[in-house]
Design a protein around this ligand. Structure first.
Ligand code: SPD
Length: 288
């Protein structure tokens, strides 16, 4: 067993989980661009298909991005009685918007992406995700999401935070202040949902994020799923609402919608919130 990173592999490391790495053999380098904000890399990874990485962090893989984006979009959408107006912070690849557009009740999607080059490169190489951004229901803003969110109080049924890992500039998206600003952008029965890392790989990050959501909302939770293209093989989202529970669907997919889903179902929705005792105990002990 070699402990040396092999040449020809893309290797993701992160100070949040020191001493560990995820490596993928690069079959073809497609694009390498220094944008105004970050290093953007697109390559074909063995077993994963086309992949996008930003500042060395894998963002999506052709083979399994549907897992992340279906869980991200449909859990809050089906937990809401009728979302019409929603906001995505980040998400310049367009994959989350693609999933949201499957909901006929959604009339308007604002998407705030800081880096225009993410949209440009994804439009070229990931048309099956980025084409959603051309839909008339989608309005794209190239702005800093942390600033944008302060300009829209009480406007949205759901706010999605499609953030990177909380290192460097991404850290701001995991702060009390930013999440409180997100809550202010919601209607009274609105739902906030945010990328919240893997409770297995980044337990302290996820635990702190769960606590922020519990402090902000009457009802909150963390739901998780397996996904091989992210380090640790799992990821999760924190979700909160002041009006009703979000761990059970409020509505169900009907008709042809069901056929357009590969990952989400009502059973998966409920199951994704069920966490093992070692994790649940952290919070139960907290409440004593
Ligand atoms: N470490 C992976 C965190 C997920 C980053 N966001 C993915 C964006 C896909 N739209």
């Amino acid at each position: 067993m070699s402990t040396v990173f092999k040449e020809g592999y893309f290797t993701e490391t992160c100070p949040l989980w020191p001493g560990r790495a995820l490596s993928v053999r690069i079959l073809q380098t497609v694009a390498t661009v220094e944008t105004d904000y970050q290093l953007l890399e697109i390559f074909k990874g063995e077993g994963f298909g086309l992949m996008l990485a930003l500042d060395g962090e894998i963002q999506l893989a052709e083979s399994d991005e549907f897992i992340y984006h279906e869980m991200f979009a449909h859990v809050p959408c089906f937990a809401h009685p009728e979302p019409e107006n929603v906001l995505v912070i980040g998400g310049g690849d367009g994959a989350l918007a693609r999933e949201l557009l499957k909901h006929p009740c959604i009339e308007h999607i604002d998407l705030c992406e800081i880096d225009e080059e993410v949209v440009n490169q994804c439009s070229r190489y990931f048309p099956w995700t980025a084409k959603a951004l051309n839909d008339p229901r989608v309005n794209v803003y190239f702005q800093d999401g942390a600033k944008f969110i302060r300009s829209c109080p009480g406007m949205y049924d759901i706010v999605f935070v499609d953030g990177p890992d909380p290192v460097g500039p991404g850290e701001a998206l995991f702060s009390d202040r930013f999440l409180a600003d997100c809550k202010r952008a919601l209607k009274p029965d609105g739902i906030l949902v945010a990328q919240s890392e893997s409770y297995l790989l980044h337990p302290t990050v996820t635990e702190a994020q769960c606590r922020r959501f519990r402090n902000l909302f009457a009802y909150s939770g963390y739901y998780t799923f397996s996904i091989p293209s992210y380090p640790g093989g799992s990821l999760g989202f924190c979700i909160g609402c002041d009006d009703h529970r979000v761990d059970v669907p409020y509505r169900r997919p009907i008709g042809t919608f069901t056929k357009r889903l590969k990952m989400y179902s009502m059973a998966v929705h409920k199951a994704s919130f069920v966490l093992p005792p070692f994790w649940r105990n952290k919070f139960e002990a907290d409440e004593e």
